[in-house]
Design a protein around this ligand. Sequence first.
Ligand SMILES: CC(C)(COP(=O)(O)OP(=O)(O)OC[C@H]1O[C@@H](n2cnc3c(N)ncnc32)[C@H](O)[C@@H]1OP(=O)(O)O)[C@@H](O)C(=O)NCCC(=O)NCCS
Length: 204
Amino acid sequence: MPIKAIKDHLSNNPLKNHFENNFLKEHFNDNSLKNHWTYFFPENIENKGLKQVYGDGGLEFRRFSWKDLDECVQLFRSVFSADPWYDEWISLDQVRNYLKELTENPVFEGFVTYEDSNVVAVCLGHRRSGWMGKEFFVDEFFVENNRQGEGIGTRTLDFVGKILFDEGYTRLTLITNKGIPAESFYLKNGFYSNEKRTIMIKEF
Ligand SMILES: CC(C)(COP(=O)(O)OP(=O)(O)OC[C@H]1O[C@@H](n2cnc3c(N)ncnc32)[C@H](O)[C@@H]1OP(=O)(O)O)[C@@H](O)C(=O)NCCC(=O)NCCS
């Protein structure tokens, strides 16, 4: 690994002013190691040293790696083009750009569930550090169309929750539509709706 790359990374990092306290230690903890790895080896799709696999019956739960992207793109489009979303993604490239942007977020975290070498569920999100602690914001969560309602989403969420809890996260947050099956799914899985909050949008 070229020393210049390490210097560039550290001098561009917002934590550079905190070298004298524990922030640096935290910067290199297991949770952020992935970001170092992808900084130095962005094209290394295997990322083997960082992969965690947990078996659960026929399902395998893993952290997201770059090799999962194309399959996630296909799955995302077929799930969100269907009921109840009917999103109009005009091309796979458009979806690819969207998901790639999510995964390039420096605080990105992602998880995939495999069955027989196929991705059947995906959870993509990012870390947010607030005064109440470290939370995981779920940007996208989806299960293959034909496998919904079989418990795969629940088991995937259990896996994600276990990993994040072990890594010091205090909660999960997400935005979804009211009155759709996903809302019942989250309520059944321990989420509550914050009625005091609203989503504000300004269109240009
Ligand atoms: C929402 C979703 C992630 C839930 O995963 P899942 O594997 O289907 O859910 P589980 O089987 O673990 O849990 C079943 C419960 O979830 C709810 N549910 C949500 N979507 C469902 C679906 N399409 N089919 C059946 N149950 C669904 C039901 O309340 C169900 O409970 P019930 O069996 O008592 O009726 C998945 O259905 C999905 O990908 N839906 C389309 C994409 C989406 O809406 N994502 C969330 C966007 S924020």
